[in-house]
Design a binder for this molecule. Sequence first.
Ligand code: T1G
Length: 702
Amino acid sequence: MTAVSYRLQGEVAVLAIANPPVNALSLPVRTGLMEGLRRAAGDDAVEAVVLTGSGGVFSSGADINEIASGAALTPPTLRDLQETMEASRKPLVAAIDGIAFGGGFEIALTCHWRVGSSSARVGLPEVKLGLLPGAGGTQRFTRLAGPAAALEAITSGAPIAASRALELHLLDAIGDDPLAAAIELARAALHERRPLRVTSEIGEHLPEGTAELFADFRRRIAAKARGQLAPARIIDSIEVACTRPREEAFRLERQYFLECRDSPQRKALTHVFFAEREARRIPGLPPDTEPLPIRTAAVIGAGTMGGGIAMSFANAGIPVALLEVSSEALERGLEVIRRNYAASVARGSLTQARAAQTLALIRGVSDYQALGDADIVVEAVFESLALKREVFARLDAVAAAHTVLATNTSTLDIDAIAASTHRPAQVVGTHFFSPANVMKLLENVRGRQTSARTIATVMALGKTLGKIPVLAGNCDGFIGNRMLMFYGSEAEFLLEEGATPEQIDRVMEGFGFAMGPLAVRDLAGNDVGFLIRKGRTLPADERWSPILERIVAAGRLGQKTGKGFYRYEGRTRSVDPEVTALIEGVSRELGVRRRAIPDEEILERLLHPLVNEGARILEEGIAIRASDIDVVYVYGYGFPAWRGGPMFWAEQAGLTRVVETMRRLAPTHGARWGPAALLERLAREGSGFGSVRSPAGGPRHG
Ligand code: T1G
C-alpha cells in the first residue's frame, strides 16, 4: 500500500496520506506527496488538488524518530513540499479530519485553503518535544491568526478545536464531510477564479505585533518556561514574523529550529515522549490479554483523593458511584466536587453544560449494596492497612464477580490488602496523585496474585482516563514514594549541616522542579509526611533527622496552618527566623558544625540518592525499565520533563558521579545509601540504563 493514495474526483485530484496509526510524515509519505503534487501539476485534466489523511487522521506531524535520526532532512523535506505547493498554479485545499499537528498542520497551512470536520483538532505541539514548528508554522500561523494567538498556541502546544481554529482563520470552513466540503471549496475557487492565497505572503508587517505584546508575553511565561530553550525561540520566531522581511523571518525560524533540534532538551523531551508510550508495554503479559471493559465505576471514600478519582472517571464519561458511609462526609465531598467544576466553568475551561453533564455522572451513595455492578471499585480511604482490609472484605462480599478491586494506597502492601478478599487475582493498586483529577500519573501496582487481565485492565483504564499509566511491583513506596524517602531525608540532613530551606528549594526550583522539597512538604502537610514516617521502621544503621518532628511539634504543619518550613501569606512563602533557629538548635544538639554548602553539592546530594534508589528498584524488578521511573518522576513528582527524568538525567550527567556521591554518604547515612550494584556495574562498564530490563515476568514483588 503506497503511503499516499492519488485519485481523481472529476477535475479535482485527491491526495490521501495513509501511514497508520497517525499518518506521521515519514520519508515514504513525503515522497508520495511530492509525486502526487507533481502528477497533479502536470495533468491538464486536474484543475485543483485536495490534500487529506486516511484513517480519520490528517497527520500527527513529522516522524519524531526521523528528527532524532536526521532522516527528516532526507529530500523531499517538508520545505521542499511547501515550495512545490506554493509554486502551484492550481488551488490546493486541505481536508482535515481528526488531528493535524506539527508538520501535518504546517502542510495544511501551506495550502491555499483549509476545511475541517467539527471534531477536528489542529495544533503545533513541537514545544512539548523541545522543538519549534520547523516548517513555517510560526510564520504562517502568525500571518493567519495574529501574533497574540500564535504566542499562546505555539508556546503551549495545546490542540485547537475546529470552531476556535475557524475563528482564528486557521480553517476556512467546517463541514461534517471535510473531504466533500474541500472539493466543493476547490470548485468554487475555480469557478470564481479566486486569487490563490499564499499564506506565507499574507501581511508583510503585522500591526498588532507590537514590542509591548512580546515583552508582556515573555514576562508572563518566564516562570513556567524558566530554563527552557524552545518556548524562548518560539517567541523570537513569532516576533520576527511581525518585524522582519518574509525571507529573513523564515530563515531565522529555520535557524531557531535547528538550535532547538540539537539541544539536550529536545533529546530529553523526545525520550519522555517515547517513554510514556513504552510504559504501556508489559513484558510477560500474554499478547491476547483482553482488558475488562470499564463501563461503570465506584470509589470508596469521598475525601480529597476519592473526590478527585471520581471526577477522573466522570471526566472520561464513566458513571461513578462515590461511597461514603457518613452522610455529612459524603455531602462535604460532593460539595468539593461541585465547587471544582464551578471553578473550571468560571475559568472558561469547561462550559456550564459540559460541567452539568459530567457532574450528573457522579452519584453519591452511603450503602455498599448500592455499588451495584461497578466494573471497578477504587478504594480511597484513610491510609490505614486495617481499615483498607476491612473495606476490601466488605467489597469482596458485595461486588459483582467480575469486578476489579483497586486500592489507591500510596505505599501499603497490596498483597496484605488482597488477602482480605477471595479474589486476589482481581486486586490491584491504582495509585493516583493529588489532585487526582489533574495529575497525569497513574502508578498501577501488581500484587503477587494480580492476574494478567487485571493488569491489562488498569493499564488500559489509565489511557481511558487521559492519564499516563506505569506498572510497579509491590514494595514499600512502590516506585515514586520509595525514591522520595531518600530525597526528603537528604534534604533534612542538608539542613542539619548548614543549608537553609530557601537555599535548598531555590536550587531545586532552579534545576526545574515546580517546587523544592521543603515547599512541597508544606503544601502536602508536614503532619502527613511525619505520620507516614512514623509508620516506617528504619534499618538499625539509619536515622531520621529530628527536624520534621520538631516542625510538626511546633504546630508548623505547612500552608494549611500558615507556617511550616516557611511563613505563608496565602500561598506566598517567606523565610521565618523561627525555623532558622529551630534548625540551628538541632544542629547544636547533634554537635554538627554548620557550614556553607555549595548549591552544586545540594543538587547532587538530593538527586543522586533518587537515582540510586531508582537503580535498586530497577534491579529488583519493581520497575520494568528505567524510562518507566522517568515517567513516574516527570508526571507524578514534578521532575522537569526537559531534563528527561532522573534516570535519563543521571546518564547524561555521568553515572560515576552518582556512585561517588553514594559512596560518600553511606558511612554516615547507612548501608542502604551505598551505591546500587547495578549502578556500579553500569558506571564501570560505561553503559546506561537502556540495556536493563526486568525479568520477563514483569516486576517481581518487594
Ligand atoms: N512521529 C512518530 N511516531 C508517532 C508520532 C510522530 N509524530 N505521533 C505518534 N507516534 C506514534 C506513537 O509513538 C505511538 O507509537 C503511535 O504513534 C500511537 O501514538 C517539522 C518537527 C498524535 C495525539 O508532537 O501527540 O512535526 O507506541 O499512542 O494517544 O514542525 O501521538 O504505538 O509504537 O500517542 O491516539 C509534532 C505527537 C512532531 C504529535 C495520537 N507532532 N503525537 O495520540 O496515540 S515534530 C507531535 C501525539 C514536527 C515540524 C516538527 C499523539 C497523537 P507506538 P499514541 P494517541
